[in-house]
Write a protein of this length. Structure first.
Length: 456
C-alpha cells in the first residue's frame, strides 16, 4: 500500500477563490476537500480564510492522517525509522536464520558504520528513495570502491527493506529498483607455485607457522578452519583432513558452507603435520593442531602479520593469506574434475569453482579440434599426413624389426588395464588416496615418514 498524496488547487467560486485539497488515498481513492477561502492580504485572515502557508499545513495534516475531518489511514511502515528496520533485520539474521556469528558481526558493522550515518538512524523508511540509493552507490564507486563492494551495500539495503515489507507492511522496496553493477572477473589469481610455498615455509618464524602455511596452500582450508583444526580431524590412515568447524570472532562454529567436508592429505602437508604431532604437549585428539603459548586458538591478526613477514623474508610477492586457498584450487583443477574440486574447496555452487577452469590443462585441445575439422572437411591433419607418408627402405626395415620385437615379448597388462579389471570385478576403490597421490606427485615427490599409518 502506498502513501497518500495530494496537492492544493485554487478554484474560483461565486463568493471568491477557495483552496481545495486534491488527495489520493493509499488505496488509490480520489478525494477533494474544501479547505477555506484564499486570503492574500498581509493582515491576519478572518474566520473561513486561509493563507497559502495555512492551506499547505492543512493539506499535510490530511495526508499524514492527522486531520479529524478527513480520515486517511497512514501508509504502512511510514512511522518506522531506518535504524529500527535495520536492527530488526539483524535480529532476524541472527535469531531466525541463525547465520554464522562472523556474518552477523560483519552485517552489524556495515550497518552501524556505513548505512546509518548515510541514511540516518531516525529517518522514516518512506523518505528513502531509489534515487537516493543510486546517488549513494555512485558516490561509493567514485571513491574507488569495487563493483563487488558496491553491490554488497545494495544487497544489504535490499534485505533491510524486504524485511520491513514483511514485518511493517512497507509498500515497496526502493533498493529493488536499483540495478546492480556488473562485476567482471579477470580469472587471474595471486598464487604461489609449490616451490614458492616451500620457500615461504622455510622463512616462517617457527615450525608451526611453516606447517600452517604448507597445509593452507596444499589443502585449501580457510584461515578460520585451520585455527579450529584438531588432531582428531587428521585421518592418517585414509590420508584425509576432515573440516568440521571454523574459528571466527572468538568462537568456533560450522564451516562457511555449513557442511563438513574432507580434503586429501597430500604427502607434503602430512610431513608438515607429522612434525607438529611430535611436540611435547597438545598432541591429543581433542587438542588444537595450531596453538598459542597456552594451547588455545591462535589470534588471526597476529597470524596474518607473521605471514606477511614470512613473505617479505622469502622475497615473495605480497599476496593475501586467502590466496593460499587459491593456490590449492589452481593445483587441484589440474588433477581432478571440477566437481571434485568443488567438494574439496567447500564451494556451495559449481559456478564459483568455474573461476579456476582456465587452469585445467588442455595440452591436446588444438590437436583434437584439428582432427575434428579434418573429419568434417576431408582434409587430413598434419599428424595424419605425416603418418601417411611412404616409408623409406631403412624405415621399412626398422618397422619390421620393431614388429618382430613386439610380437616376441610376452603381453602384460598396463596399470590402467589392471585398474579397469579391478573396477569391473567389483573391487572397492579409494578415490581419496588416489587423489592424494595424484596431487602429491603434481607438487613434487613426497617425503615419507614412519608417523602412524600415513607413511604406508
Amino acid at each position: 500500500m502506498r502513501a497518500a498524496t495530494g496537492f492544493l488547487r485554487v478554484v474560483d467560486r461565486a463568493d471568491g477563490p477557495v483552496y481545495n485539497a486534491q488527495v489520493r488515498t493509499p488505496d488509490r481513492r480520489r478525494l477533494q476537500r474544501r479547505l477555506g477561502k484564499v486570503w492574500t492580504k498581509r493582515s491576519r485572515p478572518p474566520d473561513g480564510y486561509l493563507t497559502r502557508g495555512q492551506a499547505e499545513a492543512k493539506l499535510q495534516a490530511i495526508l499524514s492522517g492527522n486531520d479529524p475531518d478527513v480520515l486517511i489511514e497512514p501508509a504502512p511502515g511510514s512511522g518506522v525509522t531506518f535504524g529500527a528496520a535495520g536492527r530488526e533485520w539483524l535480529r532476524y539474521c541472527e535469531r531466525d536464520r541463525k547465520l554464522r556469528p562472523s556474518t552477523v558481526k560483519e552485517y552489524r558493522r556495515e550497518l552501524e558504520r556505513k548505512l546509518l550515518p548515510e541514511f540516518g538512524d531516525d529517518s522514516p523508511l518512506g523518505s528513502i528513495t531509489s534515487k537516493g540509493i543510486e546517488h549513494y552507490l555512485s558516490r561509493l564507486a567514485a571513491d574507488g570502491l569495487s563493483d563487488r563492494t558496491v553491490n554488497k551495500r545494495l544487497q544489504q539495503l535490499g534485505a533491510i527493506f524486504k524485511r520491513a515489507q514483511r514485518v511493517y507492511g512497507l509498500a515497496s522496496n526502493p533498493a529493488a529498483k536499483v540495478e546492480r553493477r556488473p562485476e567482471r572477473r579477470s580469472g587471474d589469481f595471486n598464487v604461489l607455485d609449490p616451490a614458492e610455498v616451500e620457500l615461504l615455509a622455510a622463512n616462517a618464524a617457527n615450525p608451526q607457522d611453516a606447517a600452517l602455511f604448507t597445509v593452507a596452500a596444499f589443502s585449501g582450508l580457510r584461515l578460520g578452519e585451520l585455527l579450529a583444526l584438531r588432531w582428531a580431524d587428521v585421518d592418517w590412515t585414509l590420508h584425509l583432513i576432515h573440516v568440521r568447524r571454523s574459528f571466527t570472532y572468538g568462537s568456533e562454529g560450522a564451516p562457511k558452507s555449513g557442511k563438513v567436508r574432507s580434503v586429501p592429505l597430500v604427502d607434503q602437508a602430512a610431513a608438515a603435520l607429522d612434525g607438529l604431532s611430535r611436540r611435547k604437549r597438545w598432541t591429543g585428539d581433542a587438542n588444537l593442531v595450531f596453538v598459542n603459548a597456552v594451547g588455545e586458538h591462535l589470534e588471526r591478526s597476529t597470524m596474518r602479520r607473521r605471514y606477511v613477514k614470512a613473505l617479505k623474508a622469502a622475497g615473495l610477492k605480497r599476496i593475501r593469506f586467502h590466496d593460499l586457498r587459491h593456490t590449492f584450487a589452481t593445483l587441484a583443477v589440474q588433477a581432478f574434475p571440477l566437481s571434485d574440486v568443488k567438494a574439496y574447496i567447500g564451494h556451495a555452487d559449481i559456478g564459483t569453482t568455474m573461476r579456476y577452469v582456465h587452469h585445467v590443462p588442455r595440452n591436446d585441445a588444438a590437436d583434437r579440434l584439428t582432427a575434428l575439422i579434418g573429419c568434417a572437411t576431408g582434409a587430413p591433419s598434419a599428424d595424419t599426413a605425416e603418418a601417411e607418408k611412404p616409408e623409406t627402405a631403412s624405415e621399412q626395415g626398422l618397422s619390421a624389426a620393431s614388429t618382430r620385437a613386439r610380437t616376441s615379448r610376452p603381453r602384460t597388462s598396463s596399470p590402467g588395464t589392471r585398474a579397469a579389471r579391478r573396477s569391473s570385478s567389483g573391487a572397492p576403490s579409494r578415490p581419496p588416496a588416489a587423489h592424494r597421490r595424484t596431487l602429491s606427485s603434481a607438487l613434487r615427490p613426497g617425503v615419507r615418514s614412519d608417523r602412524r599409518a600415513w607413511s604406508g
